[in-house]
Design a protein around this ligand. Sequence first.
Ligand code: C2O
Ligand code: CU
Length: 698
Amino acid sequence: MFEFIYSVGQFISILLVVIWGLAIYSTNGLIYASTKKGQRIWKGVILFSIRSGLVLNFAWISSIITMGVMLGWLFIEDKVFVFLPLILFPSIMVMVWTMPIFSQIKAIKEGDKEVVSLFRKIAASPRFSFPIKTMQLGAVLILGLSIFGSGVLPEGIDLFLFFVVFGLLVCFLFFLQKRIHEKVTKEDFQKPKWMIRLIKRLAIIAVFIIGGISWITMGMERSTLPAEISMVNHDNVELGGGSMIHHNHSHHSGGHDVSVTELVDSSSAKPDRTYTLVAQKKTIQLSDGETFDAWIFNGQYPGPQLRIQKGELVEVTLINKDIEAGVTIHWHGYNVPNAMDGVAGMTQDAVQVGEQFTYRFKANDEGTYWYHSHQQSSEQVKRGLFGSFVVLSGDEEGKTNEITSIGDNWLFDGKEAIVSDGHDQGIVKKRMSTGSDVRLRLINTTNHTKTYFIEGSEFKVAAIDGQSIHKPQDLKNTKLELGAGGRYDVIFTMPDKPVLIKTSGYSQQGKTDAQLLLSQDGQGSVPLISAEMQSFKLEEYGESLQTPFDLSSDYDREFTMVLGQRFGFYDGKPNYLWTINGEVFPNTPTMMVKEGDLVKTTFVNKSFMDHPMHLHGHHMLVLSKNGKPVTGSPWWTDTLNVVPGETYEVAFLANNPGMWMDHCHNLDHAAVGMTMHLSYEGVSSPFSIGRDTLNQPE
Ligand code: C2O
Ligand code: CU
């Protein structure tokens, strides 16, 4: 819906430029028309373009109103304050000045000499022409802003300056029109030679080209990332309505800054579990003979499943065998102490070839998580540097049959991995005895939303992002859409007929969907996926339960993050940008909090793609979706997929001090700047990123 209204609005703004351009063009035509036929044609075109221009203005305004009514104020805020005046004022001018003369022109009969000069006088008069030109200026600005503009309401002063510039341009147009009028109404006026007109036109085009080129070079230069910067932006700090207790260098009140490296689990206990993960290159041979240059952990694709009992102290040693760019491990969705978060350039340096790094943390939460490199992550995750991370509550182990679906692979009881990405088998068949409990751990490690279909049995969604659902109901004929980075735990009891689990989504060319068939004897026919599958509605699933905070709580800080798109530049190259509040990293805002703050964030997606927003180190409670409170089970998430046109309010308790990333988990978006940070006051980092460092977190 959002995409539709938005595209309609966009299309109308293109038409506006064309139609008001035509109005100007035909006015010029009438000024110079010497034959009756010419007069008739230009008159007709003027009448047509002005009339339809006004209709289109109205249509454009209606599209904005519709969007506001259907999706909410945040979707049109910038349109109302920036775009609307650009159309409204000129429209009024056209109506009060141009239109009365319009009917005058209509009444004049085509004719010779006298009529020619009469038409000329009227058509060139500022009262007639100037409003039309202003209208065209407004239309061009609207189109330009909707392609290159930030998509958010500019700060007060910027908005003011914008209208000052607009006002100056309008004045310029007015005086220009006066001069034109004086010139063409002179007794001895001669239609200028075509050469002169051509030169004038070329000059105007040249001005635009020069302007365009300087805009591009300036944009490229300004977008070039500095050779070395701190990841957290200290220039665009948002306090979300809260305050800062101490400033970096003020007095002694706030104590000294804590370095992220100090934020560790300080117990000296012996770890309950130790693992070694060796990052290495390996060429994987697929059964159809194709090869894939993978970068993987311990020679496995995907990396080994780490299975841990809740409460255990875990130690994982990462060794980089031969990944030149360096690697790290980030525990996606798991709330570890900040120093263990694995973000190259913020919580550690990327581990270079031959080096190692030990992660140590206590497994306090059970559930389904995953780990992946957070160095050059958009490339390294695609190549295979990831695996699943499962924390068990103790009594589950051995009782249920676990199947993990990670990427396009199946993993049974955490062991045997079957790559079923279509290059290999189209369908994987496994034995599962009737009556046994099955737990599917669905992990979307890709960059795009995936859909999972389960046919042949009713099922329950037991957990989302590792967090259990309170009293989940049975589901059937329901497809599960899972945003990038997210997880679902699905449970069911194996019936006496086959069950098909199928994933589909953004599959690469030549690949088919991953399918798994479970049956008593490991054979059997594949049930058909029913055509009428409804979407899973998380916001009303399960039963509600008291939560530590809700919509009525008092929040210490409130942030609004508008996810948008525009053309622009990133690191010196022209690019299609995915923005947060109109900006890309490193200009995106930093949300500043202090320990103990209750924080509310509103996410609004005004772009055309899904943005799975992933906050490190914290679970967010979803409070409302599209303005409606969540009515089902408490919905805790670490990767919230915000679909175009959606608005979410989420909240979290700031109880894990450090510097944390908050970014889109379409890692290709993150790689072109769709990242921001949550920073606790008084925390600093000795690490940095940029060309002169070895850290490239995205
Ligand atoms: Cu799964 Cu910042 O990452
Ligand atoms: Cu995104």
